[in-house]
Every structure is written in structure tokens, then in C-alpha cells.
Design a protein. Structure first.
Length: 125
């Protein structure tokens, strides 16, 4: 199975990393998790926002990888786009937590570019 298909699983777990950062060491009430996160401040708040953005980015990415795979985009191109997407999304979350808004936006754009690239490559097949 190509790395790109495994990357869907990795991308699915990225939001859990950021919510872990948001919750770790904070007073947390598991009976009201959304209230607890809604009251977060500082890096914990930004980590929660990174989690939300990671969920938003997941569905289009997963669809793009699957469509590109089904349309037989060459594995090297598929895997490269998957690797760049994952690196961009990890960097996006790190920039979010560190409050680096311009680099964060650049990382977001790179991730979106990978999704568009995969759909375009699939469409050209």
C-alpha cells in the first residue's frame, strides 16, 4: 500500500495531537470537554484552534488522495504530495501553538495546494 494511503490515517490522528496539547496539564472536566476547551487561553486555545483546523483540512485531503489513487496518479507523485501535505500540516499546528500567524498561513496554503495538486493530477489522467 502506498505511503499516500497511510498518510490518510496519519492525517486523521493529527487533530488528536493538537487537542492533547490543549488539554495536557490543564484543569479538565471530561464531563464538559467543549466547555473546558472553549475557556482555554494562550497556547492551549491556539492548540484547540489547530485541532479544529486539522479536522477541517482532513476531509478534502482524504478525498484528494483517494481520487488520485483511483485515477492512477503515479505513486511517486502521490507519495510526494502526501509527504508535503503532512509536513505542512504539522508545521501549521506548530505555528498555531507558537502564535506565528504569517508562517501558519503559508503552511495552510501549502497544504491546500497539495489537495488541489492531487485533484488536478487525477483530472489529467
Amino acid at each position: 500500500m502506498p505511503f499516500a494511503l497511510w498518510s490518510i490515517l496519519i492525517a486523521a490522528f493529527l487533530p488528536l495531537v493538537w487537542v492533547g496539547v490543549a488539554k495536557f496539564g490543564a484543569p479538565y472536566d471530561n464531563s464538559r470537554p467543549r466547555d473546558t476547551l472553549a475557556q482555554a487561553t494562550g497556547y492551549r486555545q491556539r492548540a484547540n484552534w489547530a485541532q479544529q483546523n486539522a479536522w477541517e483540512a482532513f476531509a478534502p485531503y482524504a478525498a484528494a488522495v483517494i481520487v488520485a489513487y483511483v485515477m492512477k496518479v503515479p505513486p511517486a507523485l502521490l507519495n510526494a504530495a502526501a509527504g508535503v501535505f503532512l509536513l505542512a500540516r504539522v508545521a501549521h499546528g506548530l505555528c498555531y501553538v507558537a502564535n506565528l500567524s504569517t508562517p501558519r498561513s503559508l503552511c495552510w496554503a501549502i497544504g491546500v495546494g497539495c489537495v488541489v495538486y492531487l485533484f488536478v493530477m487525477a483530472g489529467m489522467r
